[in-house]
Every structure is written in C-alpha cells, then in structure tokens.
Design a protein around this ligand. Structure first.
Ligand code: P6P
Length: 335
C-alpha cells in the first residue's frame, strides 16, 4: 500500500516551498480544504434536497443564470478564506466586483484569491462532474492598505498557488505551488484528503480532443482545419483522435491531464473572445498544465503571459499535451 500522506501533512512538508510565507499560504490552503469538505457534503446529496438545486432567478455579471449551488459555494469559499485573515481581497465569477476586506486585519492580508466557486453548475441537475477553480497571488499594493484593482489584474505567471476541486466519481483536490502538481482524493468516511496522485505529469501527446463540435460552423477556418486534422486518418500520428467532451471543463481537463489530450474553447462568431474567463478559469488551469509539463495558449500567446485588462474578461483557451498544443498552433497560424 502506498505511503499514506494527508493533505495537511503534505502542506506542512512543503511549507519550505513558499519562500516568503510563514504559514499564511498553508492557512489559505486549509481554508480551501475546509470549504471543499462542506461543499462536498452538499453536492453529494444535491439530488435529495431541493435547497441546493435549481436556479435563483438571478444572473451573474456574464448574464448567466445563477444556480443555488453557485451562490452557496461562493459564500462558503469567501467566508472560509476571510476567516483565515490572510486575504486582503477576493474576486469571484459570482461577484460583479472584487470584494475588498477593509478592516485592519484584511488590509494586512498579503494575498488575493480569484475563484470560480462552481464551474459547470448546470451539470449538477444531471449528476455530471462539476468543480471549483482557484488562483492565489501575492498582493502588489502596500500591505496595511485596502487591496486595489492591480492586485487582481496580475499576469497568470505571477500566481503562487492554483488548483481545482473536481466533484466526480470521487472528490479530488489538484493544486500546484509552482513545484509540480499533486492530486488528493477525499475519503468522506474519515473526512481526510489523501495524496493519491503525486507529481502528476501530462503525457507529451495523446489522442483525445475536447471541443463542442456543435459550434463548428461558428469557428474560424483555422480551428475547423484543426478539428478536421483530429478526425483524419493517419496511423503514424495515431489519428483519428477520440472526441470526448463532457461540457464541464474541469472534468475534461482532468481526464486529459492524466491520459493526454487537448481541451479547446476557441473564439467563434458568436463568442468573439471565447467563453472562458481569463483570471479565474484559464490562468489557474494554465499554471497547472504547465507545471505538469503541458501547454496553454489563446492560439498565439501563452495564457500566463496575457496582461489582464478587466476582472471578467474572456479568452480563447487551448490546453493540454505539449505536442498536441504545438500542432494546434502550427495549424492555427497556418504554418
Ligand atoms: P458549451 C461550463 O459552463 C463551462 O464554463 C465549461 O466548464 C465547459 O467546458 C463549457 O462551459 C461548456 O460550454 O458552450 O460547450 O456548453
């Protein structure tokens, strides 16, 4: 049996990885761990109680229907993070504006957290995997003052921690602190996350492509060319590839991370900047996939190099096995 290491023990062991932290990041990760356990218990009985399913009759800033679970998870993570007194501000997909902690304790917080509390929430009604995505940055504004917009609009390469939780056949927390990617599986019978996937590395290539082909006619000719490439027969490059698209990015991303593959949400004539948000969806996933040896691009530029201009901005997003992402860019750039 593998050596049993809990998430708590792992965080303590890796404390040295956070050069300037004296336990703050550990406390932040513990807050995420706690919120995840509480959320997990609600998700696992979502089909039994209707106070967590269904819509609120409200929309988020993106004009998307807010599900009860979206807002429940949003409140949960905000309160768990606020209670640790390490965060000076939080930006969330479910909040129009960033939340700045104005009190003295908040102003002394060294970090900001950006979060998508539940990605793919429309899948909860049909029991398809959903997840939470988070990114943690050191603030750039002066400690002891309120957080500013600049603290949130940092390039993805400045992240100190990024991770996701996938609520699937099991609940897993996958995160990086810039020293590789590790996956922890939750055992609800004892309420503990165990290290189940140490040092995850994505296969250099694969044969899975994930994209909503129903949008084919709206894609650019270059994206259409790449889809045709995936479907054409060429035994030398293991094609045709297999199409797998769950409609929950975290689930598609996680499968491709472990098996190899490419996830794509391109721009289209009806979504000129794509659908996914740069700050709290694409940047954390890009940090993770690069730390696992993969690549993430908007089609021409590394995601982590993009300079954010606004909190909820969208970007085309392609991420996965490095050789597949490279081949995609060759085709997109008509080389
Ligand atoms: P479409 C969920 O809403 C999400 O943000 C991702 O998790 C998922 O991959 C994508 O949108 C699905 O979008 O337009 O293909 O239904």
């Amino acid at each position: 049996m593998n050596k049993i290491i809990t998430l708590g023990e792992f965080i303590i062991q890796k404390q040295a990885d956070f050069p300037y932290a004296k336990g703050e990041l550990s406390r932040l990760l513990s807050a995420i761990r706690l919120a995840t356990k509480v959320l997990n218990s609600q998700i696992n009985k979502a089909g039994l109680v209707d106070d967590i399913l269904g819509g609120m009759g409200t929309e988020n800033i993106q004009g998307e229907d807010q599900k009860k679970l979206d807002l429940y998870a949003n409140e949960l993570f905000i309160n768990a993070l606020k209670a640790r007194n390490e965060v000076c501000g939080i930006a969330s997909e479910e909040e129009d504006r960033s939340i700045i902690f104005e009190n003295e304790v908040g102003q002394n917080g060294k970090y900001v957290v950006l979060i998508d509390p539940i990605d793919g929430s429309s899948n909860i009604e049909v029991n398809v995997s959903i997840g939470t995505i988070f990114a943690i940055y050191r603030r750039v504004s002066k400690i002891g003052t309120p957080a500013t917009t600049k603290d949130f609009l940092q390039e993805g390469k400045q992240q100190v921690v990024a991770g996701y939780v996938i609520f699937g056949s099991s609940t897993m927390l996958v995160f990086t602190t810039g020293n590789g990617v590790n996956g922890f599986t939750y055992d609800p019978s004892v309420g503990v996350f165990y290290l189940s996937h140490p040092n995850i590395k994505i296969p250099k290539t694969g044969n899975i492509y994930s994209i909503n082909e129903g949008q084919y006619e709206y894609f650019s000719p270059e994206v259409q060319s790449y889809i045709k490439y995936c479907k054409s027969i060429d035994s030398k490059t293991n094609r045709p590839y297999t199409g797998r698209y769950i409609g929950s990015m975290i689930a598609d991303f996680h499968r491709n991370l472990l098996k190899g593959g490419i996830y794509m949400y391109p721009a289209s004539s009806n979504l000129p900047n794509g659908k996914l948000r740069l700050l709290y969806e694409c940047n954390p996933m890009a940090f993770l996939v690069e730390q696992a040896g993969g690549a993430a691009t908007n089609g021409s530029t590394r995601i982590l190099d993009l300079s954010p201009k606004e909190l909820h901005q969208r970007t085309p997003f392609f991420a996965g096995s490095p050789e597949m992402v490279n081949q995609l860019e060759v085709i997109l750039q008509g080389k």
